[in-house]
Design a protein around this ligand. Structure first.
Ligand SMILES: [Zn+2]
Length: 182
């Protein structure tokens, strides 16, 4: 039986980047953008606030772009401070790289399973979707989703009763599948 699980964000992750006002490494997206137009060139920043001192940090989204090269719907979303756009941009590798930050997803996601009806099947094929690329421990997901302890999951992996093409030790930040045989 094939079932689908999903790792889904429950809130925005913490932005890990040095605050300029204090020694904190934790910023929270404000949900607001700043758009600055100057002679048909547009700069855009995503505004974030230090969780300790409240200092505002500006994360570059668009830099000196000519207006006509920016899709109109993008400008609409920026001017509307659309919440979904903040989430998209925080997860954008280019934005992360340009602004030198990483994301801390602790307590900012949950596992959606298809309920527990399937758990007594002899063989279970599970496809785990992780669209936001949140780093998660597969052993923890399997334990939570199957109602097992992490120790039991480790034992099942050792015994070859949980198998996957993905490496199940450590953390994964993408889609993967596994099979559980009882
Ligand atoms: Zn600070």
């Amino acid at each position: 039986m094939l079932i689908n699980w999903a790792v889904v964000p429950t809130c925005l992750p913490i932005i890990r980047r040095r605050c300029h006002g204090c020694a904190s490494q934790r910023l929270r997206a404000s949900g607001k953008f700043r758009v600055n137009a100057n002679h048909k060139l547009i700069d855009t920043w995503l505004l974030a606030l230090c969780t300790e001192c409240g200092e505002t940090a500006k994360l570059t989204v668009l830099e000196r772009m000519t207006v006509r090269t920016i899709p109109p719907e993008m400008l609409d979303r920026l001017h509307a401070n659309e919440p979904g756009l903040t989430a998209e941009l925080l997860q954008d590798p280019d934005v992360q790289h340009r602004n030198r930050f990483t994301l801390d997803w602790t307590d900012a996601w949950r596992l959606d399973t298809a309920g527990s009806d399937h758990l007594d099947c002899d063989v279970l094929d599970v496809a785990v979707r992780n669209a936001a690329r949140i780093p998660v421990r597969p052993t923890r997901l399997i334990a939570d989703g199957c109602g097992l302890s992490r120790g039991e999951v480790s034992r099942l992996i050792t015994e070859g009763k949980v198998v996957s093409a993905a490496r199940l030790s450590g953390k994964l930040s993408g889609d993967f599948t596994f099979t559980l045989k009882r």
